[in-house]
Design a protein around this ligand. Structure first.
Ligand SMILES: *Cc1c(COP(=O)(O)O)cnc(C)c1O
Length: 370
């Protein structure tokens, strides 16, 4: 298989794909494939229960949090979160550390004109995530929204050792985190959050379901809402008020189990540190390359870089690099349209050999073109 550096949908663990191939035909000896099972039947009961149990085990999720499998992608949380958590004209604060966080902030205006940005990352070209001193709080927010890993700019809220770093937020506010691109890539303390959500297609499965881990006291909506918009509905009916994305939930279940089989989040983190280091070391070894993120905010998941713009024809060289990488078995290295250059996404399931191959290819490319 090709080394797939895609930012999303991302690479899946090979044993998961093999298992899915078999279960698509016939799951648990039922004579019926997973995608054809009744979502209220015994087989899917077990699939859902196993997925939730493994999800809880991976992050040691406390009992007062619900695990929901929603639809509409992480993007739909941009309206679901304020719809549920924010009273009419209530206040929420936003830490807009990247492209997706900006979208989340923009959408909040639909529900309230009193929300504000406590940090505006555009002022620093989204090159890093802010320190507590740089965040400016206004009126006390019901919740604070952050994005733990900025998929497009390649920055991550982190300490020097790569562990998660959270902003210090006002007492009594709930922390809501979009963790779409780094969920379950490193140890996480769920109790520090009011809610965490993630589109499954980067680190924990395929497109079609959005994992939401939400503290019970936040389930009750702060305003009148239609049935399907309420977290309460999905919690009460165990994510199957209507027909759920059964295959996507099944896939997430397999990925959670795979994470456990690998040794859990501590093992994932160790591997992810090693993988990212191989590529960052290659970037730092030469002035030919220019990484985007400030070193203290470098993402372990999405590594963004360019040919140094001071070099003649740098942009043309970026294009050439992406084309030649493809010929060498490395695909999806093109950066997002808003940043240009390259982006190497190295999610949990991405193999370390692919990181070595990229670092080696970077050296060769520079020798020929530098
Ligand atoms: C990919 C991504 C999204 C968008 O997810 P969808 O599931 O496509 O809606 C939102 N936030 C972050 C951080 C992402 O990486």
């Amino acid at each position: 298989r090709t080394y797939n550096f895609s930012a999303g949908p991302g690479v899946l663990p090979e044993p998961v794909i093999r298992q899915a191939q078999s279960d698509l035909w016939d799951i648990m000896g039922s004579g019926i494939g997973i995608a054809e099972q009744s979502h209220r039947g015994k087989v899917f009961d077990k699939v859902l229960a196993d997925a939730e149990a493994a999800c809880r085990k991976v992050a040691n999720i406390p009992a007062n949090y619900k695990v929901l499998f929603l639809t509409g992608g992480a993007t739909s949380q941009n309206f679901m979160v304020p719809a549920n958590l924010l009273p009419d004209d209530g206040v929420a604060a936003f830490l807009t550390s990247g492209y997706w966080a900006e979208k989340t902030w923009e959408e909040s205006k639909f529900y309230s004109s009193k929300c504000y940005e406590a940090w505006d990352g555009r002022t620093v070209k989204h090159a890093y995530c802010p320190s507590d001193a740089e965040i400016k709080w206004g009126a006390k927010p019901v919740y604070v929204h952050m994005c733990s890993n900025n998929t497009i700019y390649g920055t991550q809220w982190r300490h020097a050792d790569g562990s998660d770093r959270l902003p210090k937020i006002p007492d009594g506010s709930a922390l809501v985190c979009d963790a779409s691109s780094d969920i379950y890539s490193r140890p996480i303390d769920i109790s520090k959050y009011g809610m965490i959500y993630a589109g499954a297609q980067k680190n924990i499965g395929i497109a079609g379901t959005t994992l939401a881990i939400i503290r019970e006291d936040l389930l009750k909506p702060a305003r009148k809402l239609p049935t399907m918009l309420r977290y309460e509905t999905h919690a009460k009916d165990q994510s199957r008020h209507n027909t759920p994305p059964a295959f996507a939930i099944y896939m997430s279940g397999l990925v959670f189990q795979w994470i456990l089989d690998q040794g859990g989040l501590a093992a994932m983190h160790k591997r992810n540190l090693e993988k990212a280091k191989i590529i960052y070391d290659a970037l730092d070894a030469s002035k030919f390359w220019k990484p985007h993120a400030r070193p203290d905010s470098r993402s372990l998941m999405n590594i963004t870089f360019k040919v140094n713009p001071e070099i003649k024809n740098a942009e043309a060289l970026d294009e050439q690099f992406i084309k030649e990488a493809l010929k060498n078995g490395m695909d999806q290295l093109k950066g997002h349209r808003s940043t240009g250059g390259m982006r190497a996404s190295v999610y949990n399931a991405f193999p370390i050999e692919g990181c070595r191959a990229l670092a080696q290819f970077m050296k060769e490319f520079e020798k020929k073109n530098g």
